[in-house]
Design a protein around this ligand. Structure first.
Ligand code: 4NP
Length: 168
């Protein structure tokens, strides 16, 4: 997997801070955040991980996740209570791993990264997904129906499980 050596370095750390990023921070990234939060608690590692999420578009700042995403996530046992916030420059210092949901998120984050060290922290969520070989990004469900939200949750559960395994 890409970024193997940086992920190896992270594996040795006492505390790993992960920021999930999408466009609006009301669908994909708060879902990833909520799923990872549950997985981390289930494995008893909540003291080792600090999790947050943010968006590259600030127009939904302060809002709870999209109602449709909350309903679909709740059916799988995830309560999404994060309030949307925009990505800020201090995030590049405050987090060890910055996880982009799609290639546009990834390219924009890399464009904002103030240093090479910051750039190294940026990874693609899809690179952790093993069970869905046909996908090369986590698709935006905002203009999709129920199946779009279910697909996002399938991809994110797979990716978060593997990410946690990689970092554990
Ligand atoms: P997200 O989905 O990036 O997964 O939170 C979106 C939510 C809102 C918008 C776009 C994508 N929007 O343009 O308002």
């Amino acid at each position: 997997m890409e970024k193997e050596s940086y992920l190896d370095k992270l594996r040795g750390k006492d505390k790993i801070r992960i920021l999930f990023v999408c466009l609006g921070n009301i669908c994909r990234s708060p879902a990833a955040h909520g799923i990872m939060d549950k997985f981390v608690k289930e494995t008893g590692e909540e003291n080792r991980f600090e999790l947050d999420s943010a968006g590259l578009y600030g127009g939904h700042a302060g809002e709870l996740p999209d109602h449709r995403m909350r309903v679909h996530a709740r059916r799988r046992g995830y309560e999404l209570t994060h309030r949307s916030r925009p990505v800020k420059m201090s995030d590049f210092d405050d987090f060890d791993l910055i996880v982009a949901m799609d290639n546009s998120n990834y390219d924009r984050l890399r464009g904002f990264a103030p240093t090479l060290e910051a750039e190294e922290k940026i990874v693609r969520m899809i690179d952790f997904v093993k069970g869905f070989p046909g996908y090369d990004y986590v698709p935006d469900p905002y203009y999709e129906g129920a199946e779009g939200f279910e697909l996002v949750l399938d991809l994110l559960e797979d990716g978060c499980r593997n990410m946690l395994e990689t970092l554990a």
